[in-house]
Design a binder for this molecule. Sequence first.
Ligand code: PLP
Length: 434
Amino acid sequence: MSTLTSVERDTTIFDLINKEQHRQESGIELIASENFTSPQVMEAAGSVLTNKYAEGLPGKRYYGGCEVVDEIEQIAIDRLKSLFGATWANVQPHSGAQANTAVFLACLNPGDKIMGFNLAHGGHLSHGSPVNISGKYFQPVFYGVEAETGLIDWDKVEKQALQEKPKLLICGASAYSRDWDYARLRNIADQVGALLLADISHPAGLIAKGLLNDPFDHCHIVTTTTHKTLRGPRGGVIMMRNDFENPFGITTAKGKVRMMSSLLDSGVFPGTQGGPLEHIIAAKAIAFGEALTDGYANYATQVAKNAQAMATAFIDKGYKIISGGTDNHLMLIDLRTKNGVDYGLTGRLAENTLIKADITINKNMVPFDDKSPMVTSGIRVGTAAITTRGMVESDMARIVDLIDMVLMNHDQEAKIASAKTEINTWMKQFPLYV
Ligand SMILES: *Cc1c(COP(=O)(O)O)cnc(C)c1O
């Protein structure tokens, strides 16, 4: 008999997992980077594949017994390639930040200059934050949005790139609600001899379904997380539509110039990771398979429609959305004024008040914020998770009504409690896993 049969069930942890499931099911989830995966994605993530070591790539492993995981990982790669029209992909990065770090290792030397979107304007910390390896080991410079419009001015980006001459130009963000001009960015990158990386972690699912500009023809390398709009397990991937000989003159032992794909594979393993998480790779394969269906195309379309409806509802109430609206699944709301009136709201106050009504959002810096990152003047909301639950445009106005009611009554505990009761009852109409 296996020693596992006598293992006692860990009720401490499973009680907490049940509690977390209840939390997810009873509230309104508006965190733009979150979503709900399908039961089969979670089943694969919790499977026996977690037992397997598989350092290396399908067919080229450092361990025996990899025949089955080779098939699984190859299916994940093939499905991902067809989802985005890529010709090369690595599905092993443990997270989005890991995917970016692997790209940096493959493309840069320590101290090289990178140019990314300003963190304080909605960028991601893995694009050069001083507290992240990207900002400690490389030399970051940032472009941002215009104070007036909340939009990126591509002429300014070009001017700055010509001055700074970065080795790597990075586009993509965590809190930018507008689309990206990848053709223009490539033109800028080419002028300064930079490689262009698109990190599509947030809008990946919308890009896959043709709802936003396609970065693949213009950007040398594309990274994304798999757990945001893509609705897979927590993880990252790296892709290219067109492989190319690395421009750094790095050759193989036989003197042949190494392809970029080979440097990127090495950047993941052994560069920044050890054994891949084959259980997560299986879950990724399932999620990519789901994303290839018409059902997911309808989902992605609805995510965008819901974001439009939500933005309209906020604007109708007098809230200020940075850039005036959204092209994707998220928006950034500046709470400093509503209809021109200062109600003393901050991102922190909004987050802490809304959670009492079981509405989950995150506080977020707005561009040119005068408050600290722990306080902030704004909130970020997104429609990926609530759309998975089956909500449609008409539900967005009701959500915004509830948010507005709670924010305008942030010191009225009874009103907040009644909003919570209404929300818990309402959410029963959108069953998730029960
Ligand atoms: C979420 C995000 C990441 C990081 O993903 P993790 O899986 O949390 O490491 C990277 N880049 C961007 C733009 C993101 O929004």
